[in-house]
Design a protein around this ligand. Structure first.
Ligand SMILES: Nc1nc2c(ncn2[C@@H]2O[C@H](COP(=O)(O)OP(=O)(O)O)[C@@H](O)[C@H]2O)c(=O)[nH]1
Ligand SMILES: [Mg+2]
Ligand SMILES: [Zn+2]
Length: 293
């Protein structure tokens, strides 16, 4: 599995000896094939992991899930953030910075469409009550966990153990603080704004960190914007098995928002799903909001 990426070199761990880390290059025949953290790859060459050895990645196995983004909502080039993550921890502070439903909704869209299970991970409950914030998502399949500095880690660990989980969140929400509690030798810088224009030691690459009890968390410090240009309303609906079939009866070009934009949307004909459909339509509104994170 690829656990780190740095300027044309990939850090990998081996299935049969997860404690041995090797550094690999991309075999010439792979061209510019993207290789990202979480990818399962085949490696050849020197696999000893000794200093100054370099293995070669000769194949990238098909990804089970793919978390993708574009730079903004108009960027035609999509990039893969993490491969094969089972979950997306959407880290949100209840205050400082204040939570935004649009951020969570856009993250959920990226998760559902990529095949990841979204989890809303709330911090800073010591600063503000949960109030209505999480209630907005009640009709969606969204697991909620508290993992701020005053919360026990067990509920988060129950979800994380033995899985590969990607973490995203705005700067300042407490992501590094949480990662350091979960992975005590991770030494993620706390109180640091990630991204462009910072010192060269500021990591902007994703990195997978091993949980002491099994499983991996992928910190994504460079992901400050999360454009969704590559996602259509049909992609979002397709991620919900109870609604996917219904939209085959929609008129062509239906955006599934319902009246007045889509008076004949088939989602309005499904008995007993009004609230769920309304919740999923809020995701479609967030998809179209053109909002950068
Ligand atoms: N009050 C409070 N502060 C927190 C909590 N979690 C993190 N912080 C603080 O929030 C600031 C930003 O934390 P950091 O982990 O660097 O956030 P990141 O930018 O998301 O990685 C730091 O001063 C942390 O000590 C929390 O649950 N409650
Ligand atoms: Mg941080
Ligand atoms: Zn429709």
């Amino acid at each position: 599995m690829v656990v780190a990426v740095d300027r044309g070199r990939w850090g990998c761990v081996l299935d049969d000896d997860p404690d041995r880390r090797i550094v690999a290059m991309r075999a010439r025949e792979l061209g510019r094939t993207p290789i990202v953290v979480g990818d399962q790859v085949d490696v050849v060459g020197d696999l000893t992991g000794k200093p100054d050895t370099l293995a070669r990645i000769v194949r990238v196995n098909e990804r089970r899930t793919v978390l993708r983004r574009t730079a903004d909502d108009t960027d035609p080039f999509e990039r893969i953030v993490v491969g094969n993550a089972e979950q997306l921890f959407i880290v949100v502070a209840l205050a400082d910075p204040p939570p935004r439903t649009g951020f969570v909704e856009r993250a959920m869209v990226a998760a559902y469409v990529g095949g990841l299970r979204p989890v809303l991970c709330l911090t800073k409950r010591d600063l503000a009550a949960e109030s209505e914030f999480a209630a907005v998502f009640a009709d969606l399949d969204l697991t909620i966990v508290h993992a701020g500095i005053d919360d026990p880690l067990e509920p988060a660990l129950d979800l994380l153990t033995d899985r590969l989980t990607a973490f995203i969140g705005h700067s300042g929400v407490g992501k590094s603080t949480l990662v350091n509690r979960l992975v005590p030798d991770a030494y993620r810088a706390v109180g640091e704004v990630s991204g462009v224009g910072k010192g060269k030691h500021t990591s902007t690459q994703s990195v997978a960190l091993p949980l002491p009890g099994g499983g991996w968390v992928v910190d994504t410090p460079g992901v400050r914007s999360f454009g969704l240009a590559h996602i259509t309303p049909d992609d979002v609906i397709a991620a919900f098995s109870d609604l996917a079939e219904a939209i085959e009866n929609c008129p062509r070009g239906c955006t599934h928002l319902g009246p007045p934009a889509d008076p004949e949307c088939a989602l309005d004909e499904l008995p007993g799903t009004e609230q769920r459909v309304a919740a999923i339509r809020r995701l479609l509104v967030a998809l179209n909001s053109n909002e950068s994170w």
